[in-house]
Design a protein around this ligand. Structure first.
Ligand code: IMP
Ligand code: MG
Length: 187
C-alpha cells in the first residue's frame, strides 16, 4: 500500500495559505510581480497558486534539470529560459520541492546576474530541509519535511511519470517495480 502524504484537499488549503502570504507581501507594491515556474515539477502548484493569488501577475517559466531517477546529480542544466523582461521587477520563483537547494541557489544567482530583478522571492510547496547541501532558504514554504523520502505526485515525478497524480505519496517497492515495468514497456 502506498502512503499518501498529502491529499488533494490538504494541498489546496496549503496553497491558499501560501497565496495569501504572497498577496500580503506585494499588497503595497506598484509593480506587477512576475511568477516564474520551474518546469516541469512546479506546474500543478503554479496553477493553484495563480488561482488563489487573485491579483494581477505576469507568468513565465524556466526549465532546468538536476535529477536522474531518484537522485539529485548536483549538476544543473538550463533547458529553457524565461521570455519576459524582468529587469527591476519583483520576481517569484515557484518550485515544487527543495532538496539539496542546488537548483534554486543556481536560479537565484542566474536571475540576479543576468536580469537584475528588483527582488527575488522563493516559494516552494515542499522543503526537504535535512538534505540541504548549499545555503538556500525559501521565503514561503508549504510543508517542511524532516525525513528523506522520495515523493511522487502533484508535479513530482518518478522518471517523468506520475506528475499528474493530484495528491502526494511515497511509492513503495512494489510501486517502483510496477513503474519500472511500465517505463520498460513504453515504446
Ligand atoms: P535540488 O536541486 O536538490 O534542491 O532539487 C530540486 C529538484 O529535485 C526539484 O525541483 C524536483 O524536481 C526534484 N526533486 C527533489 N526531491 C524530489 C522528490 O522527492 N520527488 C521528485 N522529485 C524531487
Ligand atoms: Mg522541480
Amino acid at each position: 500500500m502506498k502512503e499518501i502524504v498529502l491529499n488533494e484537499q490538504e494541498i489546496q488549503e496549503i496553497v491558499k495559505r501560501m497565496a495569501s502570504e504572497l498577496k500580503e507581501k506585494f499588497k503595497d507594491s506598484d509593480s506587477i510581480p512576475v511568477f516564474i515556474g520551474v518546469l516541469k515539477g512546479s506546474l500543478p502548484f503554479m496553477m493553484d497558486l495563480m488561482k488563489y493569488y487573485d491579483l494581477p501577475l505576469i507568468e513565465d517559466f524556466i526549465q532546468v534539470s538536476s535529477y536522474d531517477g531518484t537522485e539529485s546529480t548536483g549538476v544543473i542544466h538550463l533547458k529553457k529560459d524565461i521570455t519576459e523582461d524582468i529587469k527591476n521587477k519583483n520576481i517569484v520563483i515557484v518550485e515544487d520541492i527543495i532538496d539539496t537547494g542546488t537548483t534554486l541557489a543556481y536560479l537565484k544567482q542566474y536571475f540576479k546576474v543576468k536580469y537584475q530583478p528588483r527582488s527575488i522571492t522563493i516559494i516552494s510547496f515542499l522543503d526537504k530541509k535535512p538534505l540541504r547541501k548549499v545555503d538556500l532558504e525559501a521565503d514561503i514554504v508549504g510543508v517542511s519535511l524532516n525525513k528523506n523520502q522520495f515523493l511522487v505526485g502533484y508535479g513530482l515525478d518518478y522518471n517523468e511519470i506520475n506528475r499528474n497524480v493530484p495528491y502526494i505519496f511515497i511509492p513503495d517497492e512494489q510501486d517502483l517495480e510496477k513503474r519500472n515495468e511500465t517505463l520498460k514497456n513504453n515504446k
